[in-house]
Design a protein around this ligand. Structure first.
Ligand code: WTA
Length: 686
């Protein structure tokens, strides 16, 4: 048993002392009343009002937001019946929703008697009006490389790959694993799967062969689409080699399709491996789009939880696309012809919903970036903004914090006058980073949408709308249409007014995940049993007197490292898999750039000696087992771990020590051996 799991009473005090201090209601000097959700008072010092020019021209102003929000929660059927029409249906739906959060009968269905094809919505329906418009604006790792893929190009590439996959025997419902760099072919592969009704499962290119193998095995993928090598920050990533290692253990895989990215020399296994370029060149461009039911699966995406191996979160077709496209349009106030850039990787949900599906369903120009913010230098993001005249820019706080360190010069050196809207996602943004983003990157002109959501939510749930919402640095502000956030205490009692608690959602929205692939019981257990009748997010949250939401971070054993979500249990099991490790406990600790860093306490097998060499070996071991993103930042040798008399590790104490909050360890009287704690404090690693 792991303490703190879903239990607000175990919640930590602010995780980021100093750096992450947020203004509380008590710090407000002047109060004024605004016509937002009910009778609201806001402090002038903390609030950034909607700039008049934006309010006047935006799709949604505050009045409209309040009206639509009210309609969305008082008459969800009517509201979504209307907005469900924003995508093209082959057979229009007549049923809007069929939802139950009752743990004995968790059921989530939207638009379920309608049929559609997601790829046709992202491609075919745009051909007549915008066939020659750029769909994907690709910026390579090397600043000299870029590519504009029009909607017609994209349609043709997707058609060829769809036909090639069909020729390999892939049919509706089959699982296809994508392990690709950030190249247009990643979007092509996603859409080709969607076109033929195959379910894609993207594995981030930074995951190890073992992690890749586990994910392929869990969903029994029959095809893997990869590249010879990836390219990031000038370095090559051995994708195909990783696939070869993973496949030693994946009997379900019959074919591997390999995109030539670098031209690097990679071995091809006869009878299994095929060059993408060769198998697509011989296919026609037109490929009939499979008629899919609204609730047919679109993709699986593995994500970490408190316990066990990563879960294959399953999203379906109709509701997901309605929600991804609607949030993309309204949250970013997207207008035809604008250049929109989300810096995420397609290996994460942000890439699925806000690089590919949302923007393409809306006929947008979506910029796809292969590289990293620091290559060739710290001005790369802003050079790309200048080069492509980016209007909407959506990134993660960890990137902002890293770039903040480099000072204002690299930003100021580039023309950012095209920017209109800025966005943030993945972890709480500390007000200091928010203000820098606003003042330096956006020249104090551009609203920042701090969008809170999760792999499981499919799309953004809590967020400002640029033309409607006065901003408070560090707050994700208010719910999107149809979303009803609820804060509950440790017993599941709903809390009202300005308060703090566990963040739940009381009713479904169309983008919600439907199940965990192959394990519906786990889906029910994880999200619907902690607090009866609610979807439990795993996040803690504060609601202020203005009804604004402030996400305080995870209340479970999930950590968020540079915006990458990881289960501490996964890292622990990687560590204990090493022959010299007897026991390990992993916690997060505040990290200036990453938000949270990985702090591992390791107890060695009797007789093994602690050494710097072994420490390095363990870090390398975890990298190999899971991937570079899981490398521990700190390993502290622990002769013993603090345990209760019944043998449970008291992780609360380990977190405090890692956070250097040793004065506030709380009650240690239930420990079997309190001296363990003294040793850990004395040998704490900075
Ligand atoms: C965190 C990423 C604060 C949160 C889309 C959530 C955030 C987890 C924000 C999901 C935000 C995401 N403010 N925290 N704007 N956005 N989070 O599944 O803890 O990779 O539960 O989805 O990231 O991470 P995931």
């Amino acid at each position: 048993e792991r303490d703190g799991k879903g239990c607000f009473s175990e919640r930590l005090p602010p995780k980021f002392p100093g750096l992450f201090q947020r203004p509380g209601p008590e710090s407000r000097a002047t109060l004024k009343t605004l016509n937002t959700l009910g009778e609201l008072s806001m402090s002038e010092t903390d609030v950034f009002p909607v700039p008049q020019a934006i309010a006047d021209s935006a799709l949604i102003n505050n009045e409209r937001y309040l009206e639509m929000y009210k309609a969305s929660v008082t008459d969800p059927e009517g509201f979504w019946a209307e907005h469900g029409k924003r995508i093209d249906w082959i057979k229009p739906f007549t049923q809007v929703r069929d939802v139950s959060f009752d743990p004995h009968d968790v059921r989530i269905r939207w638009f379920h008697d309608g049929t559609l094809n997601v790829a046709a919505n992202c491609l075919d329906r745009h051909l007549a009006t915008r066939g020659d418009q750029t769909a994907i604006l690709w910026e390579g790792d090397d600043p000299a490389e870029s590519q504009a893929v029009t909607y017609r190009d994209l349609y043709e590439r997707v058609g060829r790959l769809s036909n090639a996959l069909r020729a390999l025997g892939v049919k509706k419902g089959d699982r296809v694993c994508l392990y690709l760099p950030m190249i247009p072919e990643a979007a092509v592969a996603m859409l080709a799967c969607a076109r033929i009704g195959a379910i894609h499962s993207i594995v981030f290119g930074g995951f190890s062969p073992d992690s890749l193998a586990n994910r392929i095995q869990d969903s029994e993928c029959t095809v893997v689409i990869t590249a010879d090598e990836g390219l990031r920050g000038g370095r090559r990533v051995p994708l195909k080699t990783n696939v070869d290692k993973a496949l030693a253990d994946c009997p379900s895989v019959k074919s591997v399709v390999v995109v030539k990215r670098t031209g690097g020399d990679v071995p091809m296994t006869a009878g299994r491996d095929l060059w993408y370029e060769e198998i697509t060149a011989v296919q026609p461009v037109d490929a009939p789009a499979e008629e899919m039911e609204a609730e047919d699966p679109l993709f699986i995406l593995y994500t970490s939880g408190s316990t066990g191996k990563p879960k294959g979160v399953l999203h379906t077709s109709g509701g997901y696309l309605v929600y991804a496209s609607m949030t993309h349009e309204y949250v970013f106030d997207y207008r035809d012809g604008e250049i929109y850039w989300c810096t995420a990787d397609v290996g994460w949900v942000t890439g699925h919903s806000y690089i590919v599906y949302g923007p393409l369903a809306n006929g947008a120009t979506t910029l796809m970036f292969e590289g990293i913010p620091s290559y060739p230098d710290a001005s790369r993001f802003w050079r790309v903004v200048e080069k492509h005249k980016v209007n909407i820019f959506y990134t993660a706080p960890t990137a902002i914090r890293a770039l903040m360190r480099e000072g204002e010069e690299p930003v100021k050196a580039c023309d950012r006058s095209s920017l209109r809207i800025l966005g943030s996602v993945g972890e709480p943004i500390n007000p200091e980073a928010w203000i820098w983003y606003h003042r330096v990157v956006g020249d104090s002109r551009c609203p920042i949408v701090d969008t809170w959501w999760q792999t499981e939510t499919g799309g953004i749930l809590i967020t400002p709308l640029p033309g409607a919402t006065a901003l408070k640095p560090g707050s994700a502000t208010r719910p999107f249409f149809g979303v009803q956030p609820v804060l509950v205490d440790g017993e599941g009692n709903e809390l009202s007014g300005a308060t703090e608690g566990n963040l739940c959602v009381s009713d479904s929205w169309p983008g919600q995940a439907r199940t965990v692939y192959g394990d519906h019981e786990r889906f029910v257990q994880t999200y619907f049993t902690t607090y009866k009748g609610y979807y439990f997010t795993g996040d803690g949250c504060r609601r202020d007197a203005d009804g604004y939401y402030w996400i305080t971070g995870r209340v479970d054993d999930v950590i968020n490292v540079s915006g990458h979500r990881m289960g501490t249990a996964e890292i622990e099991s990687a560590l204990v898999a090493h022959a010299k490790v007897a026991e390990a406990a992993v916690v997060g600790y505040p990290h200036d750039i990453k938000g949270q860093g990985i702090y591992a306490y390791v107890t060695l097998v009797a007789g093994e000696k602690e050494s710097e060499e072994l420490r390095k070996e363990l870090v390398a071991w975890v990298r190999k087992e899971i991937g570079p993103i899981a490398s521990p930042d700190v390993i502290q040798w622990a002769p013993g771990l603090p345990k209760t008399r019944s043998g449970k590790i008291m992780r609360r104490i380990l977190r405090k020590i890692a956070e250097n909050e040793v004065g506030a360890l709380g009650d240690t009287s239930t420990l079997a051996d309190p001296s363990v704690v003294e040793d850990l404090i004395a040998n704490r690693k900075a």
